[in-house]
Design a protein around this ligand. Structure first.
Ligand SMILES: [Fe+2]
Ligand SMILES: [Fe+2]
Length: 494
């Protein structure tokens, strides 16, 4: 793309309320904030080379460049708790609220107050910009300078950032109000992925891993699951095969916690189960990456190596810095997670033993998450429905049948994140189970509109809702395969 250089400064209008803002400008401004938000989030899960971010980069580029083409140089600035677009206050729409709040919080934490796009932006520039922004340490005074330097090093001279100006009397209001549960859920989810990644890097570098942070995160997750499990369950629709191990460990942990909750575990036991699940595949960190990601089937030797991961996991966990945080139940859980109900799994045992409860739980949720996640050797995964059907077929051989039954009750007939077709010809994503457990087949659904600009959030509907005559307004006809419809389910839970 040709980069047009503008020599002028952004059109500055004295800060005023956005009431007078041109509605088209306001619409594009809102769009910009939303696209920024999504891209910032996505950049925390995928690295910049991952193809999965492409679509989000393009959408954000379009948002920026449309405005630059229209307005010339563009300034997005934070003043108190508002964003100003070229000096005019941007009023946010109801749907845009989360994005505004996220951007505001992130920029403020990183002490970034303004971003100026002096000319059209291309893909490479935007990626550098986003990843540099996300890497800034919170609360560091010199962030804006560091940011500009980093951009300059990459020959990006047309994007300029300025530090946050703290307006007098604002300090207190800047402390973050109690974030809503969903925000907390996202934070816990992404932080846990980041922390697991750190722990694995430490292990690979033969350092002793510090698990205190993971324990704290597991405790937060336990709290959240007890309060409202649908939030974290929604996050499990984020399936990333490039960062499979980290993402998978966190998903397995979330499902395990929801299982433990149903089994009446205490908070302490739930935390232990959560940590065990986070560590269940830690032994894989000793397996070469090309074996883990091999697109073809594994040779006998490679399989032999793979089958050692539960035992290697035990070894790693026993070498942790805070061994005191680990108890035998957790170690055995890791060892057991591939044994299978009829001991047809691995490692092979000389004498049969009872398979631990932690091991039996993880076995089930691990299989489900693995089957429903795209992998390098199976790009199109099973839908939740297909995965459950396969697991049911194998139930007595591979799984504890009673626990499997509980798991199916948990993910429901229509697991959170399923794409469904309704009798009204609308398409929706299962967002939450019904408030009433009797209505397993009538969950809360987010309607997905597939207009010209792709999918967009429309509205959340409750399938137990009836019309005046007592007839259900909407019912599920069947589930659909999101891959076929090119719908990225995870986007709707971010
Ligand atoms: Fe495993
Ligand atoms: Fe696993």
């Amino acid at each position: 793309m040709d980069i047009i250089q503008f020599t002028t400064q952004p059109k500055r209008v004295n800060p005023k309320s956005g009431d007078g803002m041109d509605p088209v400008l306001s619409k594009w401004g809102n769009n910009l904030v939303t696209k920024f938000h999504v891209l910032m989030r996505i950049s925390q899960i995928y690295d910049s080379k991952n193809v999965a971010i492409q679509q989000f980069v393009q959408e954000c580029l379009e948002a920026i460049n449309t405005l630059v083409q229209r307005e010339g140089p563009l300034s997005l600035k934070v003043i108190r708790n508002d964003f100003f677009l070229n000096g005019q206050r941007l009023r946010y729409s109801v749907e845009g609220f989360t994005s505004f709040k996220y951007l505001l919080t992130q920029w403020k934490k990183k002490l970034i107050g303004e971003v100026i796009f002096n000319s059209l932006v291309d893909e490479g520039m935007l990626k550098h910009f986003i990843y540099t922004l996300m890497e800034l340490e919170e609360g560091r005074q010199e962030n804006a300078n560091l940011f500009n330097e980093a951009l300059a090093r990459n020959r990006i001279l047309t994007i300029v950032v300025n530090p946050l100006e703290i307006v007098e009397g604002e300090e207190e209001s800047f402390t973050f109000q109690k974030e809503d549960q969903r925000e907390v859920g996202k934070k816990v989810f992404f932080e846990t992925i980041g922390t697991i990644k750190e722990v694995i890097t430490q292990i690979k570098g033969r350092q002793r891993a510090d698990i205190r942070k993971l324990k704290r995160l597991a405790q937060k997750a336990v709290h959240l699951v007890i309060e409202d499990e649908s939030i974290l369950l929604g996050m499990t629709t984020i399936k990333n095969y490039d960062e499979y191990t980290f993402n998978h460990s966190v998903n397995v942990s979330i499902y395990s916690l929801a299982m433990g909750k149903r089994l009446g575990f205490s908070k302490k036991t739930l935390t232990e189960l959560g940590i065990t699940a986070l560590f269940h595949d830690i032994g894989k960190s000793k397996i070469p990456i090309d074996v883990l990601n091999k697109p073809a089937s594994l040779s006998d030797d490679e399989w032999g190596m793979m089958k050692k991961h539960p035992l290697m996991g035990v070894e790693i966990v026993l070498n942790l810095k805070q061994l005191g945080e680990i108890n035998p139940r957790m170690v055995i859980g890791i060892f057991d997670h591939h044994l299978k109900n009829d001991f047809s799994g691995y490692p092979k045992l000389f004498r049969k033993k009872e398979i631990s409860l932690f091991g039996r739980i993880i076995q089930i949720v691990d299989s489900y998450d693995a089957m429903t996640t795209p992998r390098i050797y199976k790009k199109v995964p099973y839908t939740p429905e297909q995965a459950l059907a396969i697991m049911l077929k194998e139930r007595t051989v591979h799984f504890d049948p009673i626990l499997l039954k509980i798991f199916i009750g948990l993910v429901g007939i229509y697991p959170i994140g399923s794409l469904v077709l309704l009798n009204t010809h609308e398409m929706g994503i299962v967002y939450k189970p019904s408030h009433d457990p009797r209505w397993l087949d009538r969950p809360i659904v987010l309607l997905v509109d597939r207009g010209k600009e792709g999918e967009a959030k429309k509205e959340v509907v409750d399938l137990t809702e009836t019309d005046g005559m007592g007839r259900y307004k909407r019912s599920i006809v069947k589930t659909l395969d999101p891959f076929k419809y090119h719908i990225d389910i995870a986007k709707y839970f971010l």
